[in-house]
Design a protein around this ligand. Structure first.
Ligand code: GTP
Ligand code: SPV
Ligand code: MN
Length: 599
């Protein structure tokens, strides 16, 4: 220990539980220095300067991009790692058939071996944070210990970080999530993301990237929170939350679950086409929703986050102007491409690639190269206050009342543009059987269809069948439940073109869903649910869409789809609620009967 105490080395809390845990973790990781983050602007400036000095961050052109910095991650560490993410419950059954499981004692021992001395020569940052509005009774306090200044700075954008969290915790409370994170030597062979729901603990080692390392996000706000939510009777979901204000000034709120890199940020920030004069879409959240039943019997949603960790490729002035505006200042860019003079570029940004770039690996990239200049999972971290379309309710302790829940995957075939469920159970079934093509947000093959129930396959902190049972049981707790829909922006023609233009034009589908909630729009009743007829959708001004093909329900395709869901349900095993298999069989019967009748 050094004789002088620098800023942040003082222990700004008297919470004995917290202090002894930090001491214990410090003894194991053996950092040179332990630094307590206070979340101040002065601290952010100082840590940023240190990160630039150590080449963790590169300053961008501050004329063009004030307060913006760049980070190259280790090339072997660019996405979430689902195959080495574990739920460490006392029994394997509690983690269920869709999660990797490790016995808690074994996991602690194995990771302790990697953490031992891993922070020698480094600083251990103590990052106190609140998930949820700081005054909300539903918010949760977490403490992340990390050896990465990049992680500490990201947590400063993504959460309410610093003194605010210690104040909320107070001197006595033991109720905080214990998160230990070390990039250590960033060795993929010694990389593990372990969750201990019973201990409210997360141990993550070997990765400095996104959902592996920013422990408040997927680890706490989804995996640990989903476990708590089930015990406490609420929902922690991988959902955006948006506010839709109509020209008459009436607001409705929607929560939508799309898998990673399937359009949540875009939908939450959407700008409606010109034909929707007077409509305003505002963002409450873009990735996670915590939802509870309010005193009025409706379902109320809160965004636990404070910033956006968004996909860069495909983001431009046309597809997502609000995101482009949000990332103009005080933003961290990770693994996009950059120019020598400190600007950023990625595939699908507005401008053509310049003749030369520095690619996401730090190599010179020449225009025309077959390699991507930005990594497909390159990201921006931006404060939500930067968003011109931020909802005034984004920081509301109560949240917003949800009228519609939307599930949506990335499906080239079969799934129509939009489908409304008959009722809650059918809606839960649509979510439970949702399929989606995999994306670059996780390591592994891209474009493979997998079942991703409620977009929670990688994020559910307990047994999936039990989770689906919890969803069904919520019906009894919500006297005035939202309507449930399934959407697909990603259907393609035989020659591989999008059938639906997506982005702002998704307003056309949103409006139909909102009108259905208010009992104002017509629909066709099909054996699979309600769909809009062409006249039910506002299509004025729409270009480049094959509406008939996008909304079509091909019962032959659905017969195969429903049959293939049987395998998925078998995988979920004996905790799968009987009502869902019953629903599947009923739909299959109806589809077969309709097909037979039309012969
Ligand atoms: P995560 O942050 O990983 O959870 O992703 P997300 O669900 O927020 O996805 P995001 O909105 O960042 O979109 C991911 C990719 O899909 C981007 O490249 C978008 O440009 C693209 N995308 C989003 N919405 C649409 C759409 O309506 N149609 C099409 N074709 N692409 C879209
Ligand atoms: C996702 O993969 O769903 C994300 C990005 O939102 S990460 O934070 O890396 O999980
Ligand atoms: Mn996400």
């Amino acid at each position: 220990m050094r004789a002088t105490v620098e800023a942040g080395e003082k222990r700004p809390t008297s919470n004995a539980q917290l202090l002894s845990w930090v001491d214990e973790m410090g003894k194991m990781c053996k950092p040179d220095r332990i630094y307590w983050c206070d979340g101040s602007a002065e601290e952010k400036k100082r840590l940023t300067e240190e990160a630039v000095a150590s080449k963790t961050l590169i300053a961008l052109d501050h004329e063009k991009l004030p307060g913006c910095y760049y980070h190259h991650s280790n090339p072997s560490d660019v996405a979430r790692v689902e195959h080495i993410t574990f739920i460490c419950t006392p029994t394997k059954e509690e983690a269920g058939p869709t999660n990797n499981w490790m016995e808690p004692k074994e996991a602690y021992q194995k990771l302790a071996g990697i953490y031992d001395g891993a922070m020698k020569g480094r600083t251990m940052y103590v990052v106190p944070y609140v998930m949820g509005p700081s005054r909300s009774p539903f918010s949760k306090v977490g403490i992340e210990l990390t050896d990465s200044v990049y992680v500490a700075l990201n947590m400063g954008i993504m959460t309410r970080m610093g003194k605010v969290a210690l104040d909320r915790l107070g001197p006595e409370s033991k109720e905080f999530n214990k998160g230990l994170h070390a990039v250590a030597d960033c060795n993929p062979d010694r990389r593990f993301i372990c969750h201990f729901p019973q201990d409210n603990t997360i141990w993550s080692v070997g990765s400095g990237y996104g959902g592996n390392a920013l422990l408040g996000k997927k680890c706490l706000a989804l995996r640990i929170a989903s476990y708590l939510a089930r015990n406490e009777g609420w929902l922690a979901e991988h959902m955006l939350i948006l506010e839709a204000e109509s020209p008459t000034g009436e607001s409705q709120y929607v929560a939508a679950a799309f898998p990673s890199a399937c359009g949540k940020t875009n939908f939450a920030m959407m700008i409606p086409p010109g034909e929707f004069k007077g409509w305003k879409i505002r963002t409450v959240g873009d990735d996670i929703a915590w939802m509870r039943v309010g005193e009025d019997g409706r379902l109320w949603a809160v965004n636990p986050e404070f910033g956006y960790f968004g996909v860069a490729p495909g983001t431009n002035r046309k597809t997502n102007p609000n995101a482009m505006e949000s990332i103009k200042k005080d933003t961290l860019y990770t693994n996009v491409a950059r120019t020598k003079d400190g600007d950023v570029w990625w595939e699908g940004i507005d401008s053509e690639a310049p003749a030369e770039l520095i690619d996401w690996k730090g190599q010179v990239w020449k225009k025309g190269s077959t390699e991507k200049a930005a990594h497909p999972n390159s990201r921006f971290t931006a404060p939500m206050q930067n968003n011109p379309a931020l909802s005034p309710f984004a920081d509301d302790p109560k949240g917003v009342p949800i009228s519609a829940i939307v599930f949506g995957g990335r499906r080239s075939t079969t799934v129509p543009l939009v489908l409304q469920s008959f009722n809650w159970t059918h809606g839960v079934y649509l979510g439970a059987t949702m399929g989606s093509e995999t994306t670059a947000a996780a390591t592994g093959a891209v474009g493979v269809v997998r079942r991703d129930p409620m977009a929670m396959l990688p994020f559910c902190g307990y047994d999936m069948g039990t989770y689906l049972g919890h969803w069904l049981s919520m019906q009894g707790r919500i006297p005035n439940p939202p309507k449930i829909f399934l959407v697909n922006w990603f259907r393609k023609s035989q020659d591989g073109k999008w059938l639906w233009p997506g982005y702002g034009d998704n307003m056309r589908v949103l409006k139909w869903m909102l009108d259905r909630c208010a009992g104002r729009a017509g629909a066709l009743e099909t054996p699979l649910g309600f769909t809009p007829r062409e006249g039910d959708l506002e299509l004025r001004g729409l270009k480049d869409a094959d509406i008939a093909a996008a909304t079509k329900i091909d019962l032959k395709e659905w017969e195969a789809e429903l049959e293939s869901q049987s395998e998925w349900f078998q995988k979920l095993g004996k905790t799968l609620p009987g009502a869902l298999e019953h629903q599947r069989q009923l739909l299959l019967l109806q589809v077969k009967a309709t097909l037979a009748a039309s012969k």
